[in-house]
Design a protein around this ligand. Structure first.
Ligand code: SF4
Length: 565
């Protein structure tokens, strides 16, 4: 089965902006946060917010005890705003700018004596808010038929709820164009809604069924489902991947996936992943299983680590390259096994293994022996024993001292700390193993190789964090895409690459500068190209994208093998 994923999924601008404002406030304030109605119409996100103590209510009295109160992206009427402001809570306005523009138009024309007609859903919070600007002369219609039943009015201002269907709105304009003597019309369907509807039509032309992902209480998701049905497609509405029934989908040759404006990107990715794993044809299923095994067992990351260590050995001009690569590979597999064992031992983690000796225990023991033998074979048994103890020691230390989860407000809770710690650990291992296996290497050279490998891993982490930025924000991770936005993160990493490569060139800190300097920027260009293909939905699902990105480590090792001295 072919899977076609819409390109513009994830939160719309207004929802993203409102959520960011609430989460930023939560970091700074320890008194409660209330939102006027759900800040977003999505059950997963509402649950996450609840777990962080952010509650929703439409009763201004509930705001009395809260430190901060938020108006959601849908906006509120002037009356509600006044009532909220009269509470003891500090009120923040997260109304979407596109909604505010509609409010302003209604207000302006109401002041000139116009009656307002809103094409929208009765009772929806945005429509309720808009009605509040109509000075008591507002009407809501939800179809062209209702438009014909409107009472006689002198002057009419016609607008649409921002998430309505464009064709239906145009039909209404045609039908009532001559009904009122003085009619002003504003197309107030927002650009995000229009582009989602256009994208749905593009996907619809290629598929037989459409999976529409979003909250059941999300009006714009429901509208996307209606639009897909009107185009003759079988519609499968789901809130999450768990609701997908792959059996029902197997009869289709091609299935599309679209998401509402309030559906998080990570939920879309989970749905696509599940579709691929269960309906992606025999090859797709087999490939998915193999990939999950190789990634989950640490074998694939181990291959990458081995290749990176080999590239480091070549760049250092060190001998014993095969032994270094093997030690690096086994060390990574051992680390993954130790981490998996720690997860299994931790109550409530949900990690389970089959009965008998767990696979991670076997992999851990074999790879620890592999680390020792690889270094002992080149005359470094003591270093081999010490290196074999490193992964369990690192896991134990992380259990007590959590270096990757500094609390908000801590001076160490800086952007990209997580990526930097990971890149530093990998670069340290990759640069030191060859130096241990085949000394002597100058400190300047080790530093140069460390900086290059650090760059490659840091680049990779930043690009992998791009599609996960929405989830990372909820988890409190301060990755570069979360703190500075995706575009700025990519530019910053490019500048960092140029700076580090420049410094290495100046200091002459590499034995094989041509190859070494080529590795980091080339790996970045490769990963950037993959990122573009992933965004254009030419590569999916997420685990395949991640595996391809990690392939840059193997490519670096191969390049070192083929072209290194
Ligand atoms: Fe704003 Fe459009 Fe999103 Fe509504 S759907 S919150 S108007 S961007």
């Amino acid at each position: 089965m072919r899977i076609v994923v819409a390109r513009n999924t994830g939160f719309c601008m207004g929802v993203e902006r409102a959520l960011e404002a609430v989460l930023e406030r939560e970091k700074r304030s320890d008194s409660g946060i209330m939102t006027y109605g759900p800040i977003i119409h999505n059950p997963q996100v509402v649950e996450l917010l609840k777990s962080r103590g952010i509650r929703a209510s439409r009763d201004p009295a509930d705001f009395e005890g809260a430190g901060s109160g938020f108006i959601s992206a849908h906006g509120v009427s002037p009356g509600v705003r006044e009532r909220l402001k009269a509470t003891r809570a500090r009120i923040f306005d997260a109304s979407c700018p596109d909604v505010v523009k509609v409010q302003a138009k209604i207000k302006k024309f109401a002041a000139r004596g116009y009656s307002t007609v809103i094409f929208g859903d009765r009772g929806h919070s945005e429509v309720e808010g808009l009605l509040g600007f109509a000075e008591g002369r507002g009407h809501v219609i939800s179809s062209a038929a209702e438009a014909l039943d409107l009472p006689p009015m002198e002057k009419v201002c016609l607008v649409s709820q921002t998430t309505q269907n464009r064709e239906e709105f145009e039909d209404i304009i045609r039908k009532i164009g001559s009904k009122f003597r003085d009619l002003v019309v504003f197309d107030t369907i927002c650009p995000s809604t229009s582009s989602r509807q256009d994208e749905l039509k593009r996907v619809a032309a290629q598929v037989e069924a459409m999976v529409v992902v979003g909250g059941r209480n999300s009006a714009n998701t429901a509208r996307l489902a209606r639009l897909a049905a009107s185009l003759g497609l079988v519609v499968i509405p789901v809130e999450s991947a768990a609701e997908l029934d792959p059996e029902k989908l197997k009869r289709f040759r091609a299935v599309g996936v679209v998401g509402g404006a309030s559906t998080p990107e990570w939920v879309i990715q989970e749905v696509v992943n599940r579709l691929f794993a269960s309906c992606g044809g025999r090859f797709g299923r087999w490939f998915h299983r193999l990939l999950s095994f190789l990634a989950g067992s640490g074998i694939y990351p181990g291959l990458g680590m081995g290749a990176l260590t080999y590239a480091a050995a070549v760049t250092l001009g060190a001998g014993a390259r095969a032994a270094s690569a093997l030690a690096g590979m086994f060390l990574a597999v051992e680390y993954f096994a130790a981490r998996r064992l720690a997860d299994i031992a931790r109550p409530g983690s949900g990690a389970v293994e089959r009965k008998g000796i767990p696979l991670p225990a076997v992999l851990g023991a074999v790879s620890a022996a592999g680390v020792f033998v690889s270094l002992a074979a080149v005359g470094r048994p003591a270093w081999g024993a010490a290196a074999a103890l490193l992964p369990p020691a690192a896991i134990l230390a992380a259990g007590r001292w959590r270096p990757l989860a500094f609390p908000a407000g801590s001076p160490l809770a800086l952007p990209a700390v997580r990526e930097s710690v990971k890149a530093g650990a990998i670069a340290g291992v990759a640069a030191l193993i060859p130096a241990i296996a085949s000394p002597p290497a100058s400190l300047k050279m080790i530093g140069g190789v460390f900086a290059l490998i650090f760059l490659i891993v840091f680049n990779r982490s930043t690009l992998l964090a791009l599609p996960m930025a929405q989830k990372d924000r909820f988890m409190g991770w301060r990755t570069l895409p979360v703190t500075m936005g995706p575009k700025n993160a990519v530019i910053t990493v490019l500048l960092l690459n140029s700076f580090v490569v420049g410094v290495i060139l100046l200091l002459g800190g590499l034995a094989a500068p041509t190859l070494g300097l080529w590795l980091a920027p080339a790996a970045y260009v490769y990963a950037l190209a993959l990122q573009q293909l992933f965004q254009q939905r030419r590569i999916y699902p997420l685990p395949v994208f991640q595996a391809l990105i990690d392939g840059q480590f193997v490519i670096a090792g191969l390049a070192a093998f083929l072209f290194g001295r």
